[in-house]
Structure formats: C-alpha cells, structure tokens
Write a protein that binds this ligand. Structure first.
Ligand SMILES: [Cu+2]
Length: 146
C-alpha cells in the first residue's frame, strides 16, 4: 500500500484581526490652544517652578482656589500691576504663606483675568490667567508684558 502524501493540503488560515485604530483627534470644534473648561473645584497650584495650570478656564459663577505649594509666600493679584483693576475677584486672595490656600471671589462675567504675584511682579513664573466662560484667552505675549 502506499500512503498518499498530503502535499499542499495544509491550509493556512490567516486570521486577520482588524485593528480599529481610533484616531486621536476628538473632532471637536474648539480652539486647540485654548484650555478646556474645568469642573469645580477649580484649582491653581503654585509650585517652586511656576503655576499649574498657568491658563485655567472656569465656568461663570465659580470660584478658583490657589494652593501655595512653594516654599515662599505669594500674593496673587489681578493685572495690571500695580492698580490691579481688571478682575477684583482675584484680589480677595490674602497673601498665601507656604502650605496655605485661598479662594477668589466668584467670577460673574466672561472675561480673561490675567494675574501676577505682587511680591515678584516681573517674574513670568507667577503670571497666569483665569479665563471665565467663553472669553478669549490672553495671548502669552500680552500675559507677560501687560
Ligand atoms: Cu501688582
């Protein structure tokens, strides 16, 4: 007897796994460079190297908490220095000692509020903005020069 050699009968079944690669783009229509709206509690953390985040977008009617995690005091005040008139809501913050935190007053209108550290007002590390509602953000150049 002879055995039939099974040549070529091995059927290679290739399973194709369709990898559905979801594109990373969200498809939203927002401005890519604009910070997204955060939900309360809105917090800016002051660190030894700067503000986190520097640009914070918040909803109308909300307050923002500043937490001083640096080793020196900071006095956050509204731009422009030294009159501090743009956003008085920010000026309610007391001088924050290391480890302290404080709240702004609630922001009641759509506005971009630039601020700085009144104890070190020329230092870019302490210049940031709170963008309320749909207001346009302050450009980096304007934020640093006001
Ligand atoms: Cu000032």
């Amino acid at each position: 007897m002879f055995s039939k050699t099974d040549i070529g009968s091995g059927k290679i079944e290739t399973t194709l796994v369709a990898m559905a690669l979801v594109a990373a783009c969200g498809g939203g229509g927002g401005t890519p460079t604009s910070p997204s709206l955060t939900t309360p509690p809105n917090t800016v953390t002051i660190t030894s190297s700067g503000l986190e985040p520097r640009d914070l977008r918040v909803a109308v009617g909300t307050q923002t908490r500043f937490v001083n995690n640096d080793t020196r005091p900071h006095e956050i005040r509204s731009n422009p220095h030294p009159t501090h008139g743009d956003c008085p809501e920010i000026n309610d913050l007391s001088t924050l000692q290391p480890g302290q935190s404080g709240l702004t007053r609630a922001f009641t209108r759509e506005i971009a509020c630039g601020y700085h550290d009144n104890l070190d007002d020329t230092n870019r590390a302490w210049r940031g903005q709170i963008i309320v509602g749909g207001a346009s953000a302050i450009s980096e150049r304007d934020l640093y020069t006001y």
